[in-house]
Design a protein around this ligand. Structure first.
Ligand SMILES: *Cc1c(COP(=O)(O)O)cnc(C)c1O
Length: 394
């Protein structure tokens, strides 16, 4: 049995649900008893173009039947092509380093900032300011960059120095000193509770940092790759950061991450590297994902689905104000704030029983991250089931 195998041989780091998924078609999953589930999670914002995407599967098959991996000691054509696509889509003059996970991308972004702080100024700058409810990863450095205090347990101490957390953007200004090298933020906090920052405040901060020669790092591991309706949340906020990181949605499920920067000359050969990053497999998959989503966006289909989803969500919210306190997020990154944690747990549990998968964020946010290609029919079924799940709580 899966549960037994998992418990015996897999390290116990996740509170698991023991459903055994066997098949996926777009935003619909089937378990080993052929029960279907509507997936409003896309594997935490990863399968942006849906489960079992035939176009992505075909290019992956073709690529791995030929070359899967060479190493970064050689130029890799699909990697260079993907880097060009990222630059064009972002509308920025950037170069990219390819990594394998969000944490690894953020770690690399911090390394660029540290080297910038080491080489561009007379005295060393190394401090990075992040936000209180942020999430930037699970490595020792990125967990320390993460603002959620409960993440910094003594179990993993000591942590690298130079990180501090501010409650909001206004707080950032007052804590900048002459050792501050970068500010790293998510424009819409994902794990922290689907909380978007004020556009004007972000634009003012970006302008201020540029004047002070302090780097602005935007963690778009969750918001990137059309999650907000635009290619980057950065595009939506109309800012020009120094460094942007991507990961979750980029490979359609194949592990890949990107560090994109306008500072093309900071890293030199030997400064950074990774074995798998940007190999034939992951960059071929990501390139296809970008082509599919670019086309989907240009045809107006993405915006159409977002509006359709948003209307359903608002209806659910308005009908259940005794449970929900507010509606948050944008694009296909949405949330409903639930009045308390206990109710949130019940909603998630009931939803699973009614065959719809849904996420939490922070302590009291019900989070929606569906595949960007979710169909109207799947949205309809998902919300019908969700209504039933919520009705059971009354
Ligand atoms: C998920 C996430 C990360 C971490 O990504 P991993 O691939 O799990 O390392 C970092 N930042 C943000 C904003 C995320 O949502």
């Amino acid at each position: 049995m899966l549960e037994q195998l998992d418990k015996q041989y897999v390290l116990n780091t996740y509170p698991r649900n023991y459903v055994n998924f066997k098949k996926g078609i777009n935003a619909t999953l089937f378990d080993d008893r052929k029960k279907d589930y509507i997936d409003f999670t896309s594997g935490i914002g990863v399968v942006a173009v849906g489960h079992g995407n035939k176009e992505v599967a075909d290019v992956i098959y073709e690529q791995v039947s030929n070359i899967t991996h060479i190493s970064n000691l050689f130029a890799i054509e699909p990697q260079a092509i993907l880097a060009e696509k990222l630059s064009k889509l972002s509308g920025m003059d950037i170069s990219t380093f390819f990594a394998n996970s969000g944490a690894e991308a953020n770690e690399g972004a911090i390394k660029i900032a540290r080297k910038y702080g080491q080489t561009k100024f007379n005295s060393k700058k190394y401090k990075v300011i992040t936000l209180a409810n942020s999430f930037h990863g699970r490595t020792i450095t990125t967990v320390k960059a993460t603002g959620q205090k409960n993440m910094h347990t003594d179990n993993f101490a000591p942590y690298p120095e130079g990180f501090s957390y501010k409650n909001d953007i206004q707080d950032i200004y007052s804590s900048i000193d002459d050792q501050t090298v970068a500010v790293m933020i998510e424009l819409i906090q994902g794990e922290g509770g689907v909380q978007d920052l004020d556009k004007k405040e972000v634009q003012n901060l970006a302008k201020f940092l540029k004047e002070k020669d302090i780097l602005l790092i935007i963690d778009e591991v969750q918001t990137g790759v059309y999650r907000t309706g635009e290619f980057l949340a950065t595009n939506l906020y109309e800012i020009q950061p120094d460094i942007i990181t991507l990961s979750k949605g980029l490979g359609g499920g194949v592990p890949i991450a990107a560090i994109m920067t306008i500072h093309k000359d900071i890293f030199e050969p030997g400064d950074h590297g990774t074995t798998f990053g940007g190999n034939y497999l992951s960059t071929t998959a990501a390139s296809k994902v970008l082509d599919i989503l670019k086309d989907y966006k240009e045809k107006g289909l993405l915006d159409e689905s977002i509006i359709y989803f948003k209307n359903k969500l608002s209806k659910l919210y308005n009908e259940n104000k005794h449970l929900f306190t507010s509606e948050v997020g944008l694009g296909f990154m949405r949330g409903l704030r639930v009045k308390d944690e206990d109710t949130l747990n019940k909603i998630i549990k009931n939803s699973f029983e009614e065959q719809v998968l849904i996420l939490r964020a922070g302590k009291t946010t019900l989070r929606f991250l569906p595949p960007l290609t979710i169909t109207k029919e799947e949205i309809d079924i998902g919300f019908e089931r969700l209504s039933k799940a919520i009705y059971k709580i009354k």
